[in-house]
Design a protein around this ligand. Structure first.
Ligand code: FES
Ligand SMILES: [Fe+2]
Length: 403
């Protein structure tokens, strides 16, 4: 067994194994609180600097009524703005990703912005009376890059800067040369599921289900899979592969072709690793690829699963083949997880549902739930407060020191 450079927080002998109450997975009122207190005020990863290599290249990111555009300026700097024209609010760029030549031209009436977000000029400026252009630039959004990955935060929140937050991951991200990756050919994927976002997280936050639910992963690394619970709302999971050849085609071929990467430290050479941050993003690495995936909540009962994938520069044929095989394994795994997520979410609508009864191997759920209970103490209540009372009750509980 290869040692990992992480020490997991101890799991208490006795803990409440029941999970969050069912009502928290379907309440639109709670969902509104989660919008501001869990998603908009926490860091969201939206892409990598390599996605926008040239001046004018941009990436869009929409979440819960907010919309961002991340753009590289003429000076090479990456900046983030609200994708919202200061004239009447049109999207200044349309789509998921693209390129502006020299300027951003709003498609509604043609206001023109520089690539740094400042207003170059309104169409027919004389028709506006006195107007100071300096007051009408695209509104900036707080942004930080970390090993090339781009993070946004729409509202001030409790997390420290990303560099501090993710510092425990530094050595591994550097070893993977995350800063130097390039977009893979199929860089983005999206799936919409009829579930609450927490049901997706609940499935992803534990490895107890791997032996039964993920036959390929079990064959690949199930015999040596480990979860680490780190301070600061972080978690790491790792599966070491290659102790057996594998029977399934993708697994057998993957183990054969996954290239030796001498630059990686021993604990990353024959492993798939997952680095999780609150509320919903996971960075996953294999010896030949870098990826991240996360959930975008759409409504209390609707969630978008999405992510992006990256490859090494000067990728060898062997790395490319291994990446393709890993993607096939991931595709099966993801379909399996989606089914489990749907069942879990459905079960909460049944009168027979009595809450979870979690194993120590599912302690990751408990940690995630605890962070949520800290932010939104109303989630501690077994029964939903009366309609219209959830926000007020939450405020009251916050004032009471969350008891
Ligand atoms: S809304 Fe952008 S120019 Fe009018
Ligand atoms: Fe899974």
């Amino acid at each position: 067994m290869t040692a990992m450079p992480f020490r997991s927080l101890p799991i208490p002998n006795d803990w409440d194994r029941s999970g969050l109450p069912a009502w928290t997975y379907s309440s639109p009122e709670l969902f509104d609180l989660e919008r501001d207190q869990v998603f908009l005020n926490h860091w969201q990863v939206v892409g990598h600097e390599c996605d926008i290599p040239a001046p004018g290249d941009w990436l869009a990111f929409d979440i819960l009524g907010e919309r961002a555009v991340v753009m590289r300026g003429a000076d090479g700097q990456v900046r983030a703005f609200h994708n919202l024209c200061r004239h009447r609010g049109a999207r200044v760029v349309d789509g998921a990703q693209g390129q502006c030549r020299g300027a951003v031209v709003c498609p509604f009436h043609g206001w023109v912005y520089n690539l740094d977000g400042t207003l170059r000029g309104a169409a027919q400026p004389d028709s506006f009376g006195a107007m100071d252009k300096a007051d009408f630039g695209l509104k900036p959004i707080e942004m930080e890059t970390y090993h090339g990955f781009i993070f946004l935060r729409f509202l001030p929140g409790p997390q420290p800067p990303v560099a501090d937050l993710l510092a425990p991951f530094d050595a591994d991200f550097a070893a993977y040369r995350a800063k130097d990756v390039l977009p893979a050919s199929t860089i983005t994927w999206e799936t919409e599921l009829p579930v609450n976002w927490k049901s997706v997280r609940d499935v992803d936050n534990e490895g107890y289900h791997v032996p039964l639910a993920h036959p390929s992963l079990q064959e690949l690394y199930g015999r040596d899979y480990r979860d680490y619970h780190l301070p600061g709302e972080l978690n790491v999971a790792v599966g070491f592969f290659g102790d057996k050849p594998g029977r399934r085609w993708s697994v057998k071929e993957y183990i054969k072709h996954s290239p030796d990467q001498p630059h990686l430290p021993p604990h990353l050479r024959r492993s798939w690793t997952y680095y999780g941050m609150f509320p919903s993003a996971v960075f996953s690495f294999t010896p030949e690829s870098a990826n991240f995936y996360y959930e975008v909540p759409i409504a209390a009962g609707k969630t978008l699963l999405t992510g992006r994938s990256y490859r090494h520069p000067n990728e060898s044929r062997q790395e490319r083949l291994a990446r393709y095989l890993a993607m096939r394994i991931d595709r099966d795994t993801s379909a399996e997880d989606q089914q489990l997520t749907i069942w879990s979410n459905e079960s909460m609508k049944s009168q027979a549902f009595d809450g979870f009864h979690l194993s120590d191997h599912e302690y990751g759920l408990r940690r995630h739930h605890d962070i949520l209970r800290g932010l939104l103490p109303v989630m501690r209540l077994d029964q939903a407060p009366d309609a219209g009372e959830i926000a007020a009750r939450n405020k009251e509980m916050l004032g009471l020191g969350q008891e």
